[in-house]
Design a protein around this ligand. Structure first.
Ligand code: MRU
Length: 366
């Protein structure tokens, strides 16, 4: 009899064996159904990102990379100019699926650079290079998360209580997650962390995804409602908060799932450090502060009726449903990246992180 597969045995995002479809776990169905979707067209991929069937900043970036490769493969032209035109149209379209996670445009821009820097090659060969680049985005994501995990782990000690919000887990990346990377590495090394997962209203990524993937992997996780963080912190049960993010501005302000800034403000009050785990693909040096981050607004139904057997709010009620909020840099103890740990003043430390990244990339090209 074959053993039951664990949720993390599935790839969050992948290309199928024929390189003809993007394969994702439909995250809106978790934890009850592990439904695998095969997406072939730009429209299907756009919709999957918009509906959060694939979600989490790094996973969105990986999906966009594979998505634009699949789109490029479908263009029936051998003319470079025509190809570039179609490529840019598809890029703008995929980029419009969600506005806040910068990984989406980061991955699409990276793919576009492959096209524009090889104008002299036949279109067929450019498509091959796009394939390689999309796979590289995914491979790098795995290594990036592992390194974030190592740096994150250096900030805590065995037996600590850790709190996280939303899902910045493996389901949001290609492996390890960002905020969960120190948790998984710590688990492998016998750290015995006690983890609190906020349920994360309105779409319950904490309850449906984080609690699920951590528990299914054997970690000690306790689910709490979003309004319980003060209660567990007051009891002294939380030594550190690890969260992911969708966009870090140049001054260290960080946009993440709605409610993150509430946790951070409460943590500051109780002297609990808040660590933002951010691959450099999530750091946007072109956005000066959190003020300029475009915050996605989502449909009212997510608040009033989604996940309930019946509607839980009066018909016609006004609803405000921003999907993200910005945590001010003065509430953040450190930003943990794959190139090290940045601390205030972030305008300087993030520049230094980006400099290290550039240097590492130059070395790789040699
Ligand atoms: O709306 P979602 O589920 O895509 O929001 C996800 C988050 O807010 C994550 O914390 C963030 O994308 C980082 S994932 C490593």
């Amino acid at each position: 009899m074959s053993e039951k597969k664990h949720i993390l045995d599935y790839d969050t995002v992948a290309l199928d064996d024929e390189d003809s479809a993007l394969v994702i776990i439909d995250q809106t169905q978790l934890p009850y159904n592990t439904e695998i979707l095969h997406l072939k067209t730009q429209e299907e991929i756009w919709e999957a990102i918009y509906k959060l069937q694939v979600r989490g900043a790094p996973a969105i970036g990986v999906a966009a990379g594979y998505g634009i490769y699949l789109a490029a493969k479908s263009f029936s032209t051998e003319s470079y100019d025509e190809f570039l035109l179609l490529f840019r149209k598809a890029k703008d379209y995929l980029n419009s699926s969600r506005p806040t996670a910068v990984n989406l445009s980061w991955a699409l821009n990276r793919m576009e650079r492959v096209v524009t820097s090889h104008k002299d090659l036949p279109v067929k060969e450019i498509i091959e290079l796009l394939h390689k680049e999309s796979a590289a985005i995914q491979e790098e994501d795995i290594e990036t998360c592992r390194r974030i995990g190592e740096y994150g782990l250096s900030l805590v000690k065995p037996g600590d209580g850790l709190l996280t919000h939303c899902n910045a887990g493996q389901l949001a990346t290609s492996k390890y997650g960002t905020a969960t990377a120190p948790m998984y590495l710590g688990y492998e090394r016998g750290y015995n962390f006690h983890i609190f997962a906020d349920e994360t209203r309105p779409l319950l990524q904490g309850a449906r995804l984080t609690a699920y993937e951590l528990m299914d992997s054997g970690l000690d996780v306790t689910l709490i409602c979003d309004n319980m963080s003060a209660s567990v912190m007051k009891k002294g049960w939380v030594n550190a908060v690890f969260v992911g993010c969708d966009r870090v501005a140049a001054n260290g302000d960080a946009a993440n799932k709605i409610g993150t800034s509430v946790v951070a403000a409460v943590a500051k009050y109780y002297n609990v450090p808040v660590y933002i785990c951010a691959p450099t693909s999530t750091i946007d040096m072109n956005t000066p502060t959190g003020e300029q981050i475009n915050i996605e607004q989502r449909p009212a139904e997510e608040v009033t009726e989604m996940w309930y057997k019946r509607r839980m709010a009066p018909e016609g009620i006004k609803v405000y449903n921003p999907a993200f909020d910005v945590t001010d840099n003065n509430l953040i103890a450190a930003i943990v990246t794959e190139y090290g740990i940045a601390r205030a003043p972030y305008t300087q430390s993030l520049k230094e992180i980006m400099r290290k990244k550039e240097e590492a990339e130059k070395l790789k090209q040699k």
